[in-house]
Design a protein around this ligand. Structure first.
Ligand code: MET
Ligand SMILES: [Zn+2]
Length: 737
């Protein structure tokens, strides 16, 4: 009989319980016991919700107080010495790595954060060196499993795979050299994983899910022999445990050769992102005993699954495996971590729109329905029929496109993508208006979103405050933010973005074609969650394989046209500098290199389309919340922005390397402090950052700014941080200029 499972589940809690408990703990308002109690309640609620939808097995160990990669680092003792030796208790050591710690004489920065594959989820980058001593530092995987089992759940523990854990890591400060490859430590780490599997087996785990998403990247290929040796060592330590090797977010391609060599009992593949890999996987493993877990229900989007099509795929798989349904598992394509919890919490969407959506709980239901239908189609006939009806309704709606905007996209001309003059010319024109010192200081846009701002907005939305009063409030807020910046001595001021409930949602609400949810929170990092707007209209729908790309491209150009009009209007209103943020251009990059060009072309064109309606006199800035530019440097240059600000404070030296190699023709503000952390770096630390940059780029091109917007900070925190930043810029003017 076919079985069913999901790979992971959101952590926030249906009413944001976990987020609130975390923030209360960090704010010193509650104890560790209270935080851990909330976490436990939410884990048990998760298992209950998954089970109620009819899924056979629940995943354990995927719940996290901050990040599952950090959990794995913590469990296997990938803890840099400065954190391990700070004298903090285990939970606070964990949080210190996540968000820094500056209290009672202990001053630790947060560790680096990076995007998790091509998602908007951020993980904490493990830091490794020859000195890292792997050991079982805590038994969280076992504890979570036992907790679920004792509560009566059929559970499958989940671990971040050892190769993925190391491959996502970086050389720590005490590594012998910068080119130290953390994967070289795999022979030392694998036996410790083996020990963990043995512990899980002793606790009663039959299967263990080991996530190796690195197998969908080109990078995995060079680790083929390391993979094999590591998994052999693990299997040897726990011969009785069945390993389900999971891959997701992309296709195995020739990494399937690696999988063939591994002593695993099951393989999970993502059939949402990469349906085309099914045939090869089936033919490769048909004659083996491997269980194939079919990731048919997307863990990355919010749309209902086309169950009819998914069922046909599952039936095909059973057939290819000689009719042995017990070798098939129906699953979510990836962890459901990237989806909100349930559509049941959406009270404001039109029922016909809500009917297109499926969040984590509903996706669990889809997984269970598919497994039931595979056993006996008639048992799921009603559910299948209802699904077919919603899928059809959505497709019919998509056919109603907006001809005017379509035509405008079709008529984009090359000259619409170019500024009037090259940067060298624009720079001089802009100089006259902006009149800036060398090492000008600025910030990224947002200032603290205080409780007061959120309360005012909530009251306005409820109709308790008039439009005029709300606008007056915002104007006063902006005035205050501007005065603060003047007092701090910043050079290019921002308005602070108080009007924005969310940097993306705010714009989406002013455009046609989007819908917004009340509770569809998706984790970005730690306790930060966003509610992404959902594009529902004017989406063309050709063959399902290309829809994601073609529609994203069209959507992107349509949005760019709307922004273009806005930038032109801003200039007419007298604005001299505007920032068009592109914090997601890097995360949208396809996982496989051969797919990059197509994506980068339209992404770059969209940015140029949105900004090149401005005259030479307009300073066009852009912002990126990451610094991994090596691979897309050329495209960043092609954006042709006058100034870019980027995350830099935690990324060490590799960013400098790419600028040294390629150079950057316009102006650039590498972040000098980490805005994710309440920590206040001193002036000298920031001066060092600027100096390092000035060593590889002309000093006239360097701006001084934080990593990102300040909306998640308090006023006390960001005032102290900015004071030191302005002082650092002043010192640079004296010593470097
Ligand atoms: C995540 S990027 C944020 C950019 C935005 N302008 C801000 O300052 O908050
Ligand atoms: Zn940012």
């Amino acid at each position: 009989m076919a079985t069913s499972a999901v790979l992971g589940y959101p952590r926030i809690g249906p009413q944001r319980e976990v987020k609130k408990a975390l923030e209360a703990y960090w704010g010193g308002k509650t104890s560790q016991e209270e935080l851990l109690k909330v976490a436990k309640e939410q884990r048990l609620l998760t298992y209950k919700s998954i089970k109620e939808q009819g899924v056979d097995t629940v995943p354990t160990g995927t719940f996290s107080l901050y990040d599952h990669v950090l959990d794995a680092s913590n469990t296997f003792n990938l803890i840099p010495a400065q954190y391990a030796q700070a004298g903090l208790d285990p939970l606070d050591t964990y949080f210190a790595m996540a968000r820094g710690h500056q209290k009672n004489g202990v001053d630790l920065p947060a560790t680096e954060m990076q995007k998790w594959f091509d998602s908007n989820y951020h993980y904490l980058v493990p830091e490794l060196s020859e000195k890292t001593e792997f050991k079982i530092n805590n038994t969280k995987p076992v504890d979570d499993f036992v907790e679920a089992k004792e509560a009566g759940y059929n559970a499958r523990p989940v671990l971040v795979g050892p190769v993925t854990l190391l491959a996502l890591g970086k050389a720590g400060k005490d590594a012998s050299s910068d080119s130290f490859d953390p994967v070289s430590l795999l022979p030392k780490l694998a036996p410790v994983y083996g020990e963990m599997l043995a512990k899980l087996a002793a606790a009663g785990a039959e299967w263990v899910q080991i996530d190796e998403p690195v197998l969908v990247l080109d990078a995995a290929k060079k680790y083929a022999s390391e993979f094999k040796a590591a998994y052999e060592a693990i299997a040897k330590a726990a011969p009785q445990t069945k390993i389900l090797l999971t891959t997701y977010f992309g296709k195995l391609e020739d990494n399937i050769e690696i999988v063939k060599t591994l002593p695993v009992a099951g393989l999970h593949i993502d059939l949402d992102r990469a349906p085309q890999q099914l045939d090869e996987v089936l033919s490769t493993f048909a004659s083996s005993k491997l269980v194939i877990s079919l990731g048919l229900v997307s863990g990355r989007n919010i749309w209902k699954t086309d169950l009819k099509a998914a069922l046909a795929t599952a039936q095909k798989a059973v057939q290819a495996l000689g009719g042995d349904a017990s070798r098939v598992q129906i699953a979510s394509s990836s962890s459901l971590l990237h989806t909100p919890i349930t559509v049941a919490n959406e009270k404001k969407l039109k029922p016909e729109v809500l009917d297109w959506f499926s969040f984590a709980n509903e996706k669990c239901g889809e997984v269970a329905t598919l497994a039931a239908a595979l056993r006996d189609p008639s048992s799921a006939a009603d559910r299948l029929a209802a699904n077919e009806k919603s899928i059809k309704a959505r497709r019919d709606f998509e056919k109603n496109s907006d001809p005017a905007v379509r035509e405008r996209v079709a008529n984009i001309k090359p000259q619409d993508l170019a500024r009037q003059s090259p940067f060298e010319v624009r720079k001089e024109v802009q100089k006259k208006h902006l009149n800036l010192p060398i090492f000008p200081t600025t910030t990224i846009g947002s200032f603290p979103q205080t409780k007061e701002i959120r309360q005012y907005r909530a009251r306005f939305n409820k109709g308790e405050i008039s439009q005029a009063d709300y606008e007056k409030f915002l104007e006063d807020e902006i005035k205050m933010v501007v005065e603060k910046q003047e007092a701090l001595g910043l050079d290019v001021l921002v308005h602070g973005e108080p009007e924005r409930n969310d940097m993306v949602q705010y714009f989406g609400e002013l455009l046609d074609g989007f819908v917004f949810t009340q509770n569809a929170w998706v984790q970005s990092f730690g306790s930060r969650y966003v509610r992404p707007p959902i594009v529902v209209s004017d989406v063309s729908r050709p063959a399902p394989m290309t829809v994601r790309w073609s529609s994203k491209e069209v959507q992107s150009k349509q949005i760019a046209l709307a922004l273009r009009d806005e930038v032109i209007d801003l200039e007419k209103a007298g604005v001299r500098a505007v920032q068009v943020d592109e914090p997601a251009i890097r995360e949208g990059l396809p996982l496989r290199q051969k797919d990059w060009d197509g994506y980068l072309r339209w992404a770059v064109d969209s940015f140029r389309l949105s900004t090149s309606g401005a005259s030479d006199a307009m300073n066009i800035a852009s912002h990126f919340c990451y610094s991994q530019f090596d691979q897309i440097m050329q495209s960043i240059i092609e954006l042709d922005a006058d100034m870019i600000s980027i995350e830099h404070s935690k990324s060490g030296e590799h960013l400098l390397g790419s600028f040294k190699r390629v150079g950057y023709p316009s102006h650039i503000g590498p972040g000098v402090f980490d805005i994710h952390s309440p920590r206040v770096p001193n002036k000298d630390e920031m001066v060092e950052r600027v100096k390092a940059m000035a060593a590889v780029l002309p000093k006239e091109s360097i701006w001084v700014n934080p990593d990102c917007g300040l909306k998640t900070r308090t006023w006390d925190e960001c005032t102290a941080q900015l004071q030191n930043m302005v002082a650092a810029a002043e010192e640079c003017r004296k010593t470097l200029a």
